[in-house]
Write a protein that binds this ligand. Structure first.
Ligand code: NDP
Length: 279
């Protein structure tokens, strides 16, 4: 039976560390989340981020803009935040309404305040092996591995999924941690065989229960990034937990695994951005 990697507890520890470090600063780190439109899921995420940032002592603010906000109007808001010396972190909640070019918005954020780590300058820094601000979910996965005592060095790590938000940056982080990295995706031939070769298997595909216990090498570490809504309304991951837990050495649950780490890493990124900018 695999041991459970308790993301909730590990994230709570990280949040407490962030709060303790923030308490010693002569200023309050400022985080601003920009929400365009009224997407229900996005509103919940934004509220959770605001609460978590306030709880660690940050100066947290949410700017809510109408769904009809134009791209130039949003760019003007970002320009104002870039120039505001009290703002250390800027996060534009995605997805944006279709009339706004997401890439143009991400490029407009000052890379030094880009706490999502999506700006091309931060993406390039990670790709060149010199990470600055790193996307929150992949960073959370690396911290989970560290807290669980799993060293990627020399290990075969397979990442399922190649999105810019999770799969690609995670593969870069694993490579920087000296893992031998395979990136699998929807065009991969014999996904099960690729998975079976992995010492560390990370699923970030958005397909409920895709990874079966029979795809897992005995004793492997399984990190399930997936968050999917099952027909009965419960949240399930990309890994079939019931069969995987009997084979794996360690596994993250859904919920309570990677999810809580994402917001904790956002707080940590904000602190890093503040320290780098304010000295
Ligand atoms: P995307 O939809 O952007 O990317 C999914 C990736 O999975 C793509 O690279 C796709 O391949 C690949 N894929 C899809 N189906 C298959 C399949 N059947 N076999 C192999 N590969 C497949 O998703 P995200 O990366 O944004 O998110 C992935 C999951 O992680 C989702 O469940 C999401 O909800 C969750 N998530 C969780 C977060 C957290 O905080 N825990 C944060 C962000 C996401 P291709 O490129 O070929 O299309």
């Amino acid at each position: 039976m695999a041991r459970l990697i308790d993301g909730k507890a590990i994230a709570a520890t990280l949040r407490a560390e962030v709060a303790a470090r923030a308490a010693h600063l002569s200023y309050r780190p400022g985080l601003v989340v920009v929400l365009v439109g009224e997407d229900a899921a996005s509103s919940v995420y934004v509220r959770n981020k605001d609460r978590a940032a306030t709880a660690v002592g940050f100066d947290s603010r949410t700017i809510k803009l109408a769904a009809a906000t134009s791209e130039p109007e949003l760019l003007a808001v970002i320009e104002g935040l870039n120039n505001d010396q009290e703002v250390d972190g800027i996060l534009v909640q995605l997805p944006l309404p279709p009339h706004i070019a997401t890439e143009a918005i991400i490029r407009a954020i000052d890379p030094a305040k880009d706490v999502d780590g999506f700006h091309p300058e931060n993406v390039a820094a990670l790709a060149l092996g010199k990470p600055r601000l790193v996307p929150c979910t992949p960073r959370g996965v690396m911290l989970l591995l560290g807290a669980a005592g799993i060293d990627p060095r020399g290990a075969r790590a397979t990442v399922l999924g190649r999105s810019n938000i999770v799969g690609r940056p995670l593969a870069a982080l694993l490579l920087a941690a000296d893992a031998t990295v395979t990136i699998a995706h929807s065009r991969t031939r014999d996904l099960a065989a690729e998975c079976r070769r992995a010492d560390i298997l990370i699923a970030a595909v958005g397909r409920p229960g895709l990874v079966q216990g029979s795809w897992i090498a005995p004793g492997a570490t399984i990190i399930d990034v997936g968050i999917n809504r099952a027909p009965d309304g419960t949240l399930v991951g990309d890994v079939d937990f019931a069969s995987a837990i009997t084979v794996a050495g360690a596994i993250t649950p859904v919920p309570g695994g990677v999810g809580p780490m994402t917001i904790a890493c956002l707080l940590d990124n904000t602190l890093l951005a503040a320290a780098a900018r304010r000295g």
